[in-house]
Write a protein that binds this ligand. Structure first.
Ligand code: FAD
Ligand code: FES
Length: 250
């Protein structure tokens, strides 16, 4: 059930160039599932509309986000100091599939800050006895430092654009990508997700993609986030953000 909450910033750290890891605290946060997102109101009316941000992790009293300050809204949110309050609507959207037969092999592919919604998914899959692996495409070594949290849970494969850490190149050129999986789940830039989906389809591997279309209401009312699909135009905020890639016409 969606709630509008006023949460207090208890931590806000720069964890890689241009990435803030923020912890917000409150009481009675509603339950969330991996891949869902929140709408955050930019402080001081910096933007009229809320900004959609994926849930990195959450409990009944904490919400963790990883935010790249790219424009007025995300910069104002990232400028929040410990003790400041942020208005948040949560949880929103439909997340990743989490139920698989025990022993299934699932690959989580993340690109850039798109790795954020995959942390909670990874924790959930590991708890359920799924053999999950992680494949991330990052800019360079400092981004990889933040990924230690994922490394503690599962095998992790990292590609960097500049070759400063791990495999030099795209996620689709990493040897781990060519192995067989029962499912690939991903979030990141659309070109990356399209390439991953095309390869998965060729190999008969089902895939899910979390889309990051521009949003206004975040609640299914304004239709500004629609994505053309095999079932017609669907709202990324309400019908997604996670879609089976067989539905997407990209
Ligand atoms: C479901 C969902 C989950 C998201 N999760 C995260 C997250 O966990 N962490 C995070 O940092 N960001 C996330 N985003 C992206 C984030 O919402 C946008 O970066 C933010 O809305 C930009 O607002 P702004 O006011 O800072 O920038 P604006 O001034 O609106 O835009 C700045 C620049 O970013 C581009 N931009 C804006 N929105 C998007 C978008 N949705 N996709 C691609 N480019 C965009 C603009 O074209 C412009 O170049 C998510 C988006 C969606 C839809
Ligand atoms: S953002 Fe308004 S319908 Fe999706």
């Amino acid at each position: 059930m969606k709630k509008q909450l006023l949460l207090t910033v208890s931590s806000n750290r720069v964890v890689a160039p241009g990435w803030h890891h923020m912890v917000l605290e409150g009481t009675d946060l509603p339950p969330v599932t991996p891949g869902q997102f929140v709408e955050v109101a930019a402080p001081h009316g910096a933007t009229l509309l809320n900004r959609p941000i994926s849930i990195f992790d959450a409990t009944a009293t904490t919400l963790e986000l990883v935010i790249a300050p790219v424009g007025d809204g995300t910069k104002a949110i990232c400028d929040a100091k410990v003790g400041d309050s942020l208005r948040v609507i949560m949880p929103l959207g439909k997340g990743f599939t989490t139920e698989f037969p025990v022993g299934s092999k699932v690959l989580l592919v993340g690109g850039g800050v798109g790795i954020a919604p995959l942390y909670m998914q990874l924790c959930t899959l590991i708890d359920a006895g799924v053999k999950a692996e992680v494949l991330f495409g990052l800019r360079s070594r400092p981004d990889a430092e933040f990924c230690k949290q994922y490394e503690a849970l599962a095998p992790i494969h990292i590609c960097t654009d500049d070759g400063s850490f791990g495999h030099h190149g795209l996620v689709t050129s990493h040897p781990a990508f060519g192995q067989h999986y029962d499912m690939i789940q991903m979030c990141g830039p659309k070109p990356m997700m399209r390439a991953v989906a095309a390869s998965a389809a060729e190999r008969g591997i089902p895939a899910e993609a979390s889309l990051e279309n521009m949003m206004a209401c975040g609640l299914g009312a304004c239709l500004c986030c629609v994505e053309p699909t095999e079932k017609g135009n669907l709202c990324v905020c309400k019908d997604g953000p996670v879609f089976n890639t067989s539905l997407l016409t990209w």
